[in-house]
Design a protein around this ligand. Structure first.
Ligand SMILES: O=C(O)CCC(=O)C(=O)O
Length: 261
């Protein structure tokens, strides 16, 4: 159990092994989020920051904060491929994915880089116009534990908040408003250190920084960068639906990119 979870007295299932990947995957299965401490080399993270900041021109401003940037499907850009490989080639991440998803796990093309970008409450499922790619009901109840996002923050961070256990509970996917926690829901804010990898079930209700928090950044503050990719089980209809629906979402993103000149 990570310190962050222990401090809050959460009952996390005991892992049968004390290997870091088993502990993180036990946290993930129980709460919907797990942390692999110290997965990434600090020097590599510095190099990753430089790559991201050298390629800001590929990224769109999609929030009101003037420095906010987002690039969906970053793995398709040759200069950014090494960032994807930092996650997919990481030994601890691979062990964790094999433990959680089985030895034939793979990525599903759902990748993102964000800079100084707010993120309201949501699940990483196909939502809104793309929700029809999933089964109409009970995706979380039936399919949690099958598709997992790995996030690498390029600075210390405490932006991520989540509702433990929400990976087993469905909400309508037509609007993110349904994901906003009730006042009596337990919400955890997760501090992560440089080098930690965060594992989050795509069914988990979570959010990042608010616009208001980002507006409080000072001019000299380092940009807040996160890089993520999503892994799924092999021969899994839910993972396949997520992959196909995300491809449609990406095509839509690309179309809008072309139309915006
Ligand atoms: O900004 C954060 O820490 C959370 C990011 C997030 O919500 C996401 O990647 O889906």
């Amino acid at each position: 159990m990570s310190n962050a979870f222990r401090e809050r007295g959460l009952a996390v299932c005991a892992s049968t092994s004390s290997e870091p990947e088993s502990v993180a995957v036990a946290e993930l299965a129980d709460t919907g989020v797990g942390v692999l401490r110290g997965s990434f080399d600090i020097g590599d993270i510095g190099a990753a920051r430089r790559i991201v900041l050298d390629n800001v021109g590929l990224m769109r401003r999609t929030r009101r904060n003037p420095s906010s940037r987002h690039l969906a499907g970053f793995h398709r850009y040759p200069d950014l491929e090494p960032l994807h490989r930092m996650i997919t080639g990481n030994v601890l991440v691979r062990k964790a994915m094999a433990t959680a998803l089985g030895p034939d796990f793979r990525t599903i093309g759902l990748t993102d880089i964000t800079i100084d970008r707010s993120q309201q409450w949501h699940k990483d499922l196909l939502r809104g116009r793309f929700s029809h790619h999933l089964e109409p009901d009970d995706n979380c109840a039936n399919h949690h534990g099958k598709v997992i996002k790995v996030i690498m923050y390029l600075q210390r961070s405490s932006s991520l908040q989540f509702v433990p256990g929400s990976h087993r509970r469905d909400v309508p996917l037509d609007s993110d408003d349904h994901a906003i926690p009730d006042p009596d829901d337990c919400v955890i804010r997760l501090p992560v250190d440089l080098g930690d990898a965060v594992l989050i079930d795509v069914c988990t209700t979570h959010c990042g920084s608010s616009d208001e928090e980002l507006e409080m950044m000072e001019p000299g503050d380092e940009p807040r960068v996160l890089i993520s990719t999503v892994f799924g089980r092999k021969n899994c209809a839910f993972a396949d639906r997520m992959e196909v629906g995300n491809a449609a979402r990406l095509a839509d993103w690309q179309r809008r990119e072309v139309n915006s000149g």
